[in-house]
Write a protein that binds this ligand. Structure first.
Ligand SMILES: [Zn+2]
Length: 335
């Protein structure tokens, strides 16, 4: 396989189930999260890699394509959409872009610019095409949100570094034959900036939120790339989340389980009253419609699944013991 082995990155086998992939991702994402490893660039790189691998392997469609085409799948897909044929010289063409002039352009990761180059080359426009205006690279920005933020949505101030065209040399890196002093000859300067970003309700692990035009500066007057927030959601003690549905355990006193009654169920919006019918068994699940997580960019919500946990009485009084004994002999006589 050419390029990255997403299975190896997540440390799972090629036959791994969706669950195994998710578990491996969560574990690694927590370990390499930039909040845990401030100013450790290798951890940040690793975190991006993990997210990239998870984005592909957690999506059955993408995973299938990746299994067939390897690292090229994304480009192959775009290429075929653009009317080309992803066969033949494709693999070789791609490899070319890992070398020489193009090596510097691959660091943005998921950016379209490598692909643009590829297209130009396949169309016979050759390497000169690279001097045409091009969109800047995209930036991946890992962000960890709480369960509450994932439910309600919210805003965050994030510090982002953008790479801008050096104004002194207009990006050429050279002034009167000398390397530009402002940018050290790279033609680009790093500009720290703070931006407010919106976190929409319903985000989950691996969600990518696009902030248009906040990526790296374009080339030759081309538009800026985009910024992608790569979301990981902190687990919640109370609720277990499966896509839109939430699972919660509800303690039900023995007498309510046997005789029926009402209990309180925690939901992300507060407590709800739940009717328990008589003779409710331990482990029974009640589905509370539309009380789960919101879906991303959708007005629909998942359900809340409340699982009954019957609480047995303890520290019985003598009288209570006697009554249970009486119940016992009753049930023995009945059967
Ligand atoms: Zn400069």
């Amino acid at each position: 396989m050419i390029g990255k082995d997403y299975y190896q990155i997540l440390g799972v086998s090629r036959q791994a189930s969706e669950k195994e992939i998710k578990r491996a991702y969560r574990k690694l994402a927590r370990k390499y999260h930039p909040d845990v490893n401030p100013s450790d660039e290798s951890a940040e790189g690793k975190f991006k890699e993990i997210n990239e691998a998870y984005e592909v392997l957690s999506d059955p469609e993408k995973r299938k394509k990746y299994d067939q085409l390897g690292d090229n799948w994304r480009y192959a897909e775009q290429f075929s959409q653009a009317g080309g044929q992803p066969q033949g010289d494709f693999g070789r063409g791609y490899t070319v872009f890992n070398f020489g002039d193009f090596a510097t352009q691959t660091q943005g990761g998921s950016s379209g610019s490598i692909f643009d180059e590829l297209l130009h080359q396949f169309r016979g426009e050759g390497f000169r095409a690279s001097r045409r205006p091009r969109k800047g690279e995209d930036i991946d920005y890992p962000i960890e949100v709480t369960f509450e933020e994932a439910y309600h949505g919210g805003t965050r101030l994030i510090r982002n570094e953008t790479e801008d065209l050096c104004q002194t040399c207009q990006g050429s890196g050279v002034i009167s034959g000398q390397p530009c002093r402002t940018c050290g000859g790279s033609g680009r300067v790093i500009r720290p900036r703070q931006i407010e970003v919106k976190i929409p309700p319903g985000v989950k692990d691996g969600t990518r939120i696009r902030i248009a035009g906040e990526g790296k500066d374009g080339y030759g007057g081309g538009p800026r790339g985009d910024l992608y927030l790569v979301v990981s959601v902190k687990p919640n003690k109370l609720f277990e989340r499966k896509d839109g549905d939430l699972y919660v355990e509800v303690s039900v006193p023995l007498f309510i389980a046997i005789l029926g009654g009402e209990v309180e169920v925690p939901t992300p919006k507060g407590k709800l009253s739940l009717k328990i019918p008589p003779e409710t068994q331990n482990g029974r699940i009640f589905r509370l419609k539309n009380q789960g997580m919101p879906y991303l960019n959708d007005s629909k919500k998942g359900d809340l699944l409340a699982k009954v946990k019957v609480m047995l009485p303890s520290k019985l009084s003598q009288k209570e013991r006697d009554l249970f004994l009486e119940l016992k002999s009753l049930s023995e006589n009945n059967s």
